[in-house]
Design a protein around this ligand. Structure first.
Ligand SMILES: Nc1ncnc2c1ncn2[C@@H]1O[C@H](COP(=O)(O)OP(=O)(O)OP(=O)(O)O)[C@@H](O)[C@H]1O
Ligand SMILES: [Mg+2]
Length: 375
C-alpha cells in the first residue's frame, strides 16, 4: 500500500491555507491545514506528519514559538518556514532555530514544490537509513546473545557429562538395597534432563552439525509417523498425504524426524479433548509459492524447487499476540512445557537453508509449513 506523505500547512490566512491545500493535494500529498500556532502543536502531537509549512507571524503564537514547543515535545517533523515580511533576519533566525528551509511570500509554485519534494526525499532516505541501522543493531544483538547462549550450553554439557560420569561410577558401587541409591538415581535423571535442554539449545543455535546426505523426505517422515500412529487416541483423526517417494533433500534424516516430532506433538497437545484432526502432507512447490510472511524474516529462496512439509490441526489455535514469540527459546503457554520444540524446529530448518510459515485461527486450528530446498 502506498502511503502519501502528510503535510500540515499553518497560516492565519484561511484563503492562503485553502489554496496551498488545493495545490499540494494535486500532487497527491495528504494535506491538513490550521490557522494558529496552538492548533498546529495539537495536530503535531496527535498525528505524525512528514512536513510542516509554517507561517511566522501569527496572532496567538508565532512560528518561532511553534518550533521551540515542537522541539521541547521531541517532535522531529521538519519545518519549512513561510514569511511575508521578507527580511533575511527572520529566515536566518528560523533556520538557526531548526527550520529546514524557508519560503518568502509570495513564492512561486514551482519553488514551493521543489523545496517540499527535496525535504520529503531527504526524510524518506533518513527513515530508511535509521530502519537499516536499527535492523543491523538488532541482528548484532541477537548474534551476540546466540554466541553467549551457545557457550553456556557447551559449558553446561561438559559439566553435566562429568556429573553423570561420576554418578554412574558411584551407582556401580552402591549396594542394590542401599536407601540412598534412589537419591543418586534421581540426581542422574535430573542431569539427563538438563543435558537434553543444553542439546536442544545447541540445535536451536545451529551448533549441532547435521550429517547431511540425500534424504527422501517422505520415507524419513513415514518412519516418525509409525511411532505416533500406534499412540493416537481413538477419536483423533490422523490423515497423511505423502507421495510414494521424494522429494529428495540434502538433510540429516534424524534432525528432519525431530522437526516432524515437535510439530506433531504440538498439534496433538493443541487438541484438548481427544476429538480433532491432524493432517500431514508433503509436496514439491516452487519458490514463488512460498508466502512472504515467513521466518527467518530475511530468508530468501536460493533454489527454485522446495519440499513443503505441512502439519495442520483442528486444535485451539494461537492468539495473535503469541505469534511473534512462538520460535523464541523457552516461550511456552503450557503448564509442563519447556518452550523448546519450535525453537529447535527453527534451528534445524535454518541449518538446512529452509524457512517456516504459520497460519492460525484461535479456536479453529493451526497450519505449520516447513520449506526445504530440493536437491
Ligand atoms: N499447533 C499448535 N497449536 C497451538 N499452539 C501452538 C501450536 N504449536 C505451538 N504452539 C504454541 O507455541 C508454544 C511454543 O511451542 P514449543 O513447541 O516451542 O514449546 P512447548 O510445546 O510449549 O514445550 P516443549 O518444549 O515441550 O515443546 C506452545 O506453548 C503453544 O502455546
Ligand atoms: Mg512443543
Amino acid at each position: 500500500m502506498v502511503v502519501n506523505p502528510k503535510i500540515l500547512v499553518v497560516d492565519d490566512e484561511p484563503r492562503f491555507c485553502h489554496s496551498m491545500k488545493t495545490l499540494l493535494s494535486s500532487r497527491d500529498y495528504d494535506v491538513k491545514t490550521c490557522f494558529n500556532g496552538s492548533d498546529a502543536l495539537q495536530f503535531l502531537t496527535d498525528e505524525t506528519f512528514d512536513l510542516v509549512l509554517l507561517d511566522v507571524f501569527m496572532e496567538d503564537m508565532d512560528g518561532f514559538q511553534v518550533i521551540e514547543n515542537k522541539i521541547s515535545r521531541k517532535i522531529d517533523t521538519p519545518v519549512i518556514i513561510m514569511t511575508g515580511r521578507s527580511s533575511s533576519d527572520t529566515a536566518v533566525k528560523a533556520l538557526r532555530m531548526g527550520a529546514i528551509d524557508y519560503l518568502k511570500k509570495p513564492f512561486e509554485t514551482r519553488e514551493m514544490f521543489s523545496s517540499v519534494k527535496n525535504i520529503l526525499n531527504q526524510r524518506a532516505l533518513e527513515k530508511k537509513r535509521k530502519a537499516a541501522e536499527s535492523q543491523s543493531a538488532e541482528r548484532r544483538k541477537l548474534e551476540s546473545l546466540g554466541r553467549m547462549a551457545g557457550s553456556i550450553a557447551h559449558h553446561f554439557n561438559n559439566q553435566l557429562s562429568a556429573v553423570m560420569g561420576n554418578l554412574e561410577i558411584a551407582l556401580d558401587d552402591v549396594p542394590v538395597d542401599a536407601g540412598y541409591r534412589k537419591n543418586l538415581f534421581q540426581a542422574m535423571m535430573a542431569a539427563h534432563k538438563a543435558t537434553s535442554v543444553s542439546r536442544q539449545m545447541l540445535l536451536y543455535l545451529g551448533h549441532t552439525p547435521g550429517r547431511n546426505r540425500p534424504t527422501d523426505l517422505s520415507a524419513s517422515c513415514r518412519k516418525t509417523l509409525a511411532l505416533f500412529q500406534a499412540a493416537v487416541p481413538k477419536g483423533m483423526i490422523l490423515t497423511v498425504d505423502f507421495p510414494d517417494s521424494g522429494p529428495v533433500i540434502h538433510a540429516d534424516p534424524i534432525q528432519i524426524q525431530q522437526v516432524l516430532t515437535h510439530l506433531i506433538t504440538n498439534a496433538w497437545e493443541s487438541i484438548s479433548d481427544t476429538r480433532g484432526g491432524i493432517a500431514l502432507s508433503i509436496k514439491a512447490v516452487s519458490h514463488e509459492d512460498i508466502p512472504s510472511r515467513r521466518v527467518p524474516i530475511d530468508w530468501q529462496p536460493r533454489h527454485i524447487a522446495h519440499a513443503c512439509l505441512e502439519v495442520s490441526d483442528t486444535g485451539c489455535g494461537i492468539p495473535a499476540g503469541d505469534i511473534e514469540k512462538l520460535f523464541d527459546p523457552f516461550f511456552t503457554t503450557k503448564f509442563m512445557g519447556r518452550g523448546l520444540g519450535l525453537s529447535v524446529v527453527m534451528g534445524i530448518v535454518k541449518a538446512h537453508g529452509g524457512c517456516i510459515t504459520m497460519d492460525s485461527q484461535p479456536g479453529s486450528g493451526s497450519v505449520f509449513r516447513i520449506y526445504l530446498p530440493v536437491m
